[in-house]
Design a protein around this ligand. Structure first.
Ligand SMILES: *Cc1c(COP(=O)(O)O)cnc(C)c1O
Length: 370
């Protein structure tokens, strides 16, 4: 591919931090860069507590375990989602229950979620898909009414704000991903944030292989915990990326606006930014109109032949064979087939974006889509 879907931006800033960590971050300084990264991250997003992990998947697994999610419990999530949002639910033996999505944001439809709550519902995981924000007012209210914790999968939502509150800070806990494709990266990595001190203490204990900080005996775990720690080197790269976060986010917006202008002659919906919200715009995404006969796979194939890496909006998880879903959705299925992600990365040039726009425009014209 000449134009990949995503690519990290690593500069002297990150390299300096990584070099410093790999040189010094050993022995008594074995946790130093991780602790600094956690501190800076929680200050940046406005969270009381942060635990850096090796992935968002691991962060979600530990957080759900700390909430006591277990066999037979039901956990709600939107059907259009990455598998990483579902996997930890299944690791714990719980049952994923799939909801419809809002046609504009592609995030959980709160009204459908309300209908799917049962006495067994233990948690609701809401994903801010592609940087688009969930309707947090409705979802938090729903959780409060039923006494069910709301968890935010903010893996894709760095830089997204809901009425001045950063994505991930509003629910019982939030998780972020620093995978190489995300807005900021540490290679692989994640973060769990929470405002709840008790939950933090419990996740911290689990994250140390079940060792409590109050235990005086050495190597004496109180529970079967987890090992999802990150490294000083990865954390140091994260510090560098955080120092550049405004720059990284500004470019995301420029790329989004360039595509939006370039495709404005088509009746496409792109990432929404409702009143009061700032969209971090992790991945520029378009959805074609409901009544068009859009062949998404054909467009992606044609683009590939021209060196452009388009991606399909996530398949509804309830349709995957490996999931063996207990329930399914209708609207989310139809919607997902009409959605496409566009390449975006810090170093993308106008000429590359022109190639993407030209490829998409030709493909849509061929299919008679306006
Ligand atoms: C990337 C992503 C994850 C997983 O992140 P990892 O760090 O790869 O575990 C989870 N949820 C969503 C919505 C994602 O996009």
């Amino acid at each position: 591919m000449n134009i990949p879907i995503s690519k990290a931006s690593i500069t002297e800033v990150e390299i300096r931090w990584a070099l410093e960590a790999v040189t010094n971050g050993w022995g008594t300084r074995g946790n130093e860069y991780i602790a600094r990264f956690e501190q800076r991250f929680k200050d940046h997003v406005g969270a009381a507590h942060a635990i850096a992990t090796s992935s968002a998947t691991g962060a979600l697994h530990m957080g759900l375990a700390a909430l006591g999610v277990g066999p037979g419990d039901e956990v709600l999530l939107a059907d259009i989602n990455w598998i990483a949002t579902l996997a930890p639910i299944r690791y714990l033996g719980a049952i994923p229950i799939f909801t419809e999505v809002d046609p504009r944001s592609l995030c959980m439809d709160p009204e459908d979620a309300a209908k799917k709550i049962t006495p067994r519902t233990k948690a609701i995981v809401v994903t801010h898909l592609y940087g688009n924000l969930c309707d947090m007012n409705r979802l938090l209210e729903l959780g409060e009414t039923h006494g069910i914790p709301i968890i935010e999968d903010a893996a894709e939502a760095m830089g997204s704000y809901f009425f001045q509150r950063h994505a991930g800070t509003m629910g019982h806990f939030g998780v972020f991903s620093f995978h190489g494709s995300k807005t900021m990266t540490t290679g692989e990595g994640g973060m769990l944030i929470t405002q709840d001190e008790n939950l933090y203490e419990r996740v911290l204990m689990l994250s140390h292989h079940g060792r409590s900080k109050d235990e005086t005996r050495q190597f004496y775990p109180a529970a079967i915990g987890f090992k999802y720690k990150t490294t000083n080197m990865a954390a140091a790269i994260g510090i560098g990326q955080l120092e550049r976060i405004d720059q990284l986010l500004t470019k995301r917006r420029e790329v989004f606006e360039y595509y939006r202008d370039g495709l404005k002659d088509f009746a496409l919906e792109m990432n929404p930014e409702p009143q009061g919200c700032i969209n971090g715009l992790w991945m520029p995404t378009f959805v074609v109109g409901e009544h068009s006969n859009f062949n998404r796979e054909l467009l992606i194939r044609q683009a590939k032949a021209r060196g452009v890496d388009l991606r399909s909006v996530f398949w509804p998880l309830s349709g995957l064979d490996c999931v063996q879903a207990q329930n399914t959705t209708e609207k989310a299925f139809a919607l997902s087939l009409r959605g496409v992600n566009l390449p975006s990365y810090f170093d993308i040039t106008h000429s590359e974006m022109d190639t993407v726009i030209g490829t998409v425009a030709d493909g849509l014209h061929d299919q008679g889509i306006r």
